[in-house]
Write a protein that binds this ligand. Structure first.
Ligand SMILES: Cc1ncc(COP(=O)(O)O)c(C=O)c1O
Length: 372
């Protein structure tokens, strides 16, 4: 039986020769510049062209990028940022690490993204930003968050770590917020052979600040003059070259992911009356980094698929406010029932772009057979 892992070990196989060549070229090249050099600048330019953003700033990871955004907005102790209760942990740690307070808001029970309806009740005079995040295959309802930001006069940090290449109402992911963030962690849609992230913004001042913050608060002109207290969130030249090499084929990989998702959604629609909720179908505001079902008998389905050598993944089995690290920021008496529920029910199935049609059919057949 073919083994179909959730995270394939051969993600970069097609580009392996190119990667080795890039490592060799950089390793033996005359400049010996391994961070924030010409290749990083070229990648920033390429993603500016790709997204239409005025400024694109490469940094060490999306986790680092979120923290740079929070810092660049001048947020600090006493300030609050509204973040999803069900998400990857950096939405909370990026706020706490600079001494501010994450305010957890519940998510939509189907799409699993931050529910904009939850926001108004949580806004106070201390609220200094909203941080919606796109999750798995669904972009957050950015028009509503943009409107909320306008209404309350607070900026929006758009965590598009998983959503590079997605488009909602004609606007690319990462371009809806005052600041947007991408991740290049290897399994992400535009993942790389290591770590990396990007900040996107149209705001000149924020861009200048993020650029300084990513490199110890220096302005790139005078070395060892620190205008701001920054961090080390610099970008790797080898990975910049590798991403430039992979950029022309990115759209094809995204399209393949979308096609697999279309097929899954068609196959799983009839399972709705058996308690299986597939992500909303369609292409608008969809990213297909991960395809996650919501199911009641998750562990049984997992075991069934595992017997067939199909890997699955449970993301965030514990919502953020219930995590030991974040519980001090979870006000007593408050609950996040949807976050709790999707933590207990979500199950990701493979959606990597080099799955064959046969593989995809086998995965869909196996899920359907389980519920028959
Ligand atoms: C929604 C979200 N935000 C942020 C991150 C952090 O990305 P990175 O691994 O590049 O730090 C992730 C990573 O999984 C994520 O899923």
């Amino acid at each position: 039986m073919t083994t179909l892992p959730f995270f394939p070990p051969d993600l970069f196989e097609q580009d392996r020769e190119a990667l080795l060549d890039i490592v060799y070229q950089h390793g033996t090249g005359p400049s010996q510049k391994f961070i924030l050099g010409e290749q990083t600048a070229a990648l920033e330019e390429a993603l500016k062209a790709d997204t239409g953003a005025q400024h694109v700033i490469a940094c060490g990871s999306a986790t680092g990028a979120l923290e740079l955004c929070v810092r660049a907005l001048g947020i600090g102790p006493g300030d609050e940022v509204i973040v999803p209760a069900f998400c990857c942990q950096p939405v909370a740690s990026s706020v706490i690490n600079i001494g501010a307070t994450p305010v957890f808001a519940d998510v939509d029970p189907w799409t699993m993204v931050l529910d904009p309806e939850q926001v108004p009740a949580l806004v106070t005079e201390r609220t200094k930003a909203l941080m919606p995040a796109h999750i798995f295959s669904i972009m957050a309802e950015m028009p509503k968050f943009k409107e909320l930001g306008r209404q309350y006069g607070i900026p929006v940090i758009e965590d598009a770590a998983v959503a590079e290449g997605a488009v909602l109402d004609g606007v690319p992911a990462g371009r809806w917020g005052d600041l947007g963030v991408f991740s290049f962690f290897q399994v992400k849609a535009f993942g790389t052979a290591g770590e990396g992230g990007m900040v996107l913004t149209d705001d000149d001042q924020l861009a200048t600040t993020v650029r300084m913050l990513r490199n110890h608060g220096q302005d790139g002109k005078t070395r060892f003059t620190h205008h701001l207290i920054g961090q080390n969130s610099r970008f790797d030249e080898i990975l910049a070259s590798f991403q430039l090499h992979r950029l022309p084929t990115f759209a094809d990989r995204l399209e393949r992911r979308a096609k697999i998702a279309d097929y899954y959604s068609e196959r799983f629609a009839p399972l709705a009356d058996r308690g299986v909720l597939a992500p909303p179908a369609g292409r608008n505001g969809r990213c297909y980094y991960v395809y996650s079902l919501l199911v009641n008998r998750r562990e049984d389905l997992r075991a069934y698929l595992s017997e067939r050598q199909i890997g699955t993944h449970v993301y965030y089995p514990v919502p953020l406010p219930s995590q030991p690290a974040f519980s001090p920021w979870a006000p007593e008496g408050q609950s996040w029932p949807n976050a709790q529920q999707v933590s207990a029910r979500n199950l990701g199935i493979p959606i990597w772009p080099h799955l064959t049609d046969q593989n995809v059919e086998f995965i869909a057949d196996s899920v359907c057979e389980f519920f028959e």
